[in-house]
Design a protein around this ligand. Structure first.
Ligand code: KG4
Ligand code: ZN
Length: 365
């Protein structure tokens, strides 16, 4: 069957057209078209996503992206170009979510095809099996899975006994990791989104440290600036996180040493990335031990971070670790189509009553 999937939970308008086949135990997918319209340039000036603007942009972009998809897949003139529609209904920014839902409902009525609402976080879990192009299958997986979902809006540890039953075992009590990256970047005068910017600076810092390993004096100059940040809740007994204290610690550190020179900016970025990475790894390791997880999935925008990926591979011992294709680690409609298909099969090949589908900003598992 052909699935049209729609994602508007944050600042990306994503639509994909996917051919899906097979049973819930052995599903396979083929990407027919995939488009993403990013709003990064629009939100840059605000240092984060501005919900009212996101809504306006989604409303403007949805018909444009939809027309592009139909054209790319060469099905503009088909009476029934797809058999099922899937749309993200939460979690996310409610005004943004509604735009996708309203658009999906209109198409569902127009083309007389069922509509399935999808949990965005379930999308991030399945995203690790996706590809941007061509065909792919969901392989055999060893359960239980532990997923570390790290994005601009979420930081969660999720335990899954199969691909459709999930339980949150830990989450952030305040800011999400991506949000901490974005806010720290802003304090350092770096543009939005801050994750990739911090990551670039931190990498420069690591290279300086490496290059100077022999030259002790310069290395001392680099590290003597007394730049150290906390590893929040690292030793708390549960699997929850907290990143707002880390952000505040960055603020105080900057206030103490202002005006910052370039070296100090690099040092703060490096220390910040190290603090986040160590905290995430420590909690993930503990959760794997406690729940006997066999597979580790890392999903969400922050999972694109090269250092975090490298350190997870180096420090976590588990049967299998799966990361998404970097382009599918941030928000996209492919993952929403994959989940939608699985949910459609699970629901007995029925859509949801349109009037019952609503945006749920704080949707949980
Ligand atoms: O999953 P995502 O696209 O959107 C949400 O659902 O939030 O995640 C976006 C977040 C932003 O906070 C961005 O700064 C962060 O992912 N991010 C990164 C990197 N690339 C994106 N954080 C750290 N390192 C990166 N390379
Ligand atoms: Zn996301």
């Amino acid at each position: 069957m052909i699935i049209l999937s729609i994602e508007t939970s944050c600042d990306d308008t994503g639509i994909a057209l996917i051919e899906a086949k097979g049973s819930i135990k052995n599903p396979s997918f083929r990407i027919l078209a995939n488009e993403l319209s990013s709003q990064i340039e629009i939100h840059k000036g605000y240092g984060g996503v501005f919900p009212a603007l996101a809504k306006r942009e989604h409303i403007k972009n949805l018909p444009i992206v939809f027309a592009k998809i139909l054209k790319k897949a060469k099905i503009e003139n088909k009476k029934k170009p797809f058999d099922l529609i899937t749309v993200t209904y939460g979690p996310g920014l409610e005004p943004a979510l509604w735009t996708g839902i309203v658009f999906a409902k209109e198409l569902s009525e127009k083309y007389k095809v069922p509509l399935i609402p999808v949990n965005h976080m379930e999308g991030h879990i399945l995203s690790v099996f996706g590809k941007q192009k061509g065909e792919f299958k969901i392989p055999k997986i060893n359960f239980p899975i532990l997923s570390l979902l790290i994005s601009g809006g979420h930081t969660e540890l999720v335990l899954s006994k199969n691909l459709m039953e999930h339980k949150i075992i830990g989450q952030t009590l305040d800011d999400a990791v991506g949000e901490a990256f974005d806010k720290t970047a802003r304090m350092l005068g770096l543009p939005y989104p801050g994750g990739p910017e911090i990551s670039k600076l931190a990498e420069q810092g690591r290279n300086i440290v490496l290059k100077n390993l022999g030259a002790t004096e310069q290395l001392q100059e680099f590290s003597l600036q007394n730049i150290s940040l906390p590893r929040p809740m690292m030793y708390s007994k549960n699997f929850d996180f907290s990143f707002s204290g880390l952000k505040t610690a960055v603020l105080y550190l900057i206030k103490k040493i202002e005006p910052l020179n370039e070296t100090q900016k690099i040092q703060i970025a490096l220390e910040f990335e190290n603090a986040v990475t160590e905290t995430l790894i420590h909690k993930t390791k503990k959760a794997i031990e406690k729940y006997g997880a066999k597979t580790l999935i890392i999903g969400g925008g922050v999972s694109a971070n090269t250092h975090i990926r490298k350190e997870i591979k180096k420090n976590i011992k588990i049967k299998e670790i799966i990361f998404p294709d970097k382009k599918l680690s941030t928000d996209n409609a492919i993952m929403i189509g994959m989940v939608g298909y699985m949910r459609f099969l699970k629901n007995g090949k029925k859509g949801k009553k349109l009037s019952s589908i609503k945006a749920v900003g704080n949707l949980s598992f």
